[in-house]
Write a protein that binds this ligand. Structure first.
Ligand code: ZN
Length: 312
């Protein structure tokens, strides 16, 4: 090997090292660029999707408000055209019933759709707290139900009618079918408890949209029978198909009972309403913690009715 070969090799090696350096620089540069680009892209995407989310939310709200307006105006229209003798009472914003600081608020817990396996549990809890409530019952003739009707009355609670069958298409088919259902449940309560019941809650409430008979006709019938009907101004939410948790039930009730002098609270002691049973002890404690009275419905209870006769 001579001098020239050596220097040629050195030059080649240097060129190679140079290429590797350039390559490394290029790769590093590319990686830095890619990282920065990705970060910027993620930030931009974030901002973009946040705006999109807000737009969708606003749109949702608008659509919902529109739908609510639509349904309430169509409801009023159908009411006005078919039930001309009825007036709708806004039980949730009745000025006369709004409580001041000084008022001792009255809370009426009402349980619909029983008796069931849960009725006994509810009666036990009410007994633990020495609290009286109101049960709007349906017609059942099994031994357990018979015992429950009796316990309701014997333990000082108020018993009310909630139709015999609770079958909308049957109860509301006509005045005569309403009457026969009514007398059937009144008789059953009398047979099992000795009480001539004069309290009623319409299945679905007096403002229900399912009755095939003009509600004013049915209300007139109840008036003639000296029977008072009660709806509710506080809903526990336990009637919805998505079963509310016991915490939600408590929250639903507590946010509203503090507003009114008289709260009639809609609850259910049906067999499927286990969360209502679970919620009850804490609910009673909370209501009593607010200094409110828990009472059974009696003749002096302020009427809470969704609709009533306008000619009264
Ligand atoms: Zn019911």
């Amino acid at each position: 090997m001579n001098e020239t070969d050596n220097s040629e090799q050195i030059i080649k090696q240097r060129q190679k090292v140079g290429r590797v350096h350039r390559m490394k620089k290029f790769i590093t540069g590319f990686l830095v660029f890619w990282t920065i680009f990705s970060i910027i892209a993620v930030i931009l995407l974030g901002i973009f999707s946040y705006h999109l989310y807000k737009e969708v939310k606003d749109l949702n709200l608008t659509v919902r408000t529109m739908l609510e307006k639509e349904s309430s105006s169509s409801k009023n229209k159908s009411k006005a055209s078919t039930d001309s003798d009825l007036k709708t009472n806004d039980v949730t914003s009745d000025v006369e019933n709004l409580a001041d600081e000084a008022d001792v608020r009255k809370v009426y817990l009402t349980f619909d759709d029983g008796p069931s396996k849960n009725t006994g549990k509810i009666l036990d809890i009410l007994d633990d707290y020495n609290v009286k409530a109101t049960f709007f019952v349906n017609g059942r003739t099994d031994d357990h139900s018979k015992k429950m009707y009796k316990r309701i009355v014997d333990e000082g609670h108020t018993i009310g009618m909630h139709s015999y069958t609770h079958n909308y298409s049957q109860v509301y088919a006509s005045l005569s079918s309403f009457k026969s259902d009514f007398f059937r449940i009144q008789q059953l309560i009398y047979d099992y408890t000795g009480v001539k019941c004069n309290l009623y809650r319409f299945p679905g409430g007096s403002s229900n949209q399912v009755s095939a008979t003009d509600m004013s006709t049915l209300i007139r019938f109840l008036n003639k029978e000296n029977v008072r009907y009660f709806d509710w101004n506080v809903s526990s939410g336990d009637a919805t198909t998505n079963e509310e948790s016991s915490d939600e039930i408590i929250e639903n009730v507590m946010k509203d009972v503090v507003k009114y002098k008289t709260s009639v609270v809609l609850m259910h002691d049906a067999a499927t309403k286990d969360t209502t049973v679970k919620a009850l002890p804490k609910l009673i404690q909370k209501i009593q913690g607010e200094g409110d009275l828990i009472l059974p419905i009696d003749d002096d209870t302020r009427l809470i009715q969704h609709v009533s006769l306008s000619t009264k």
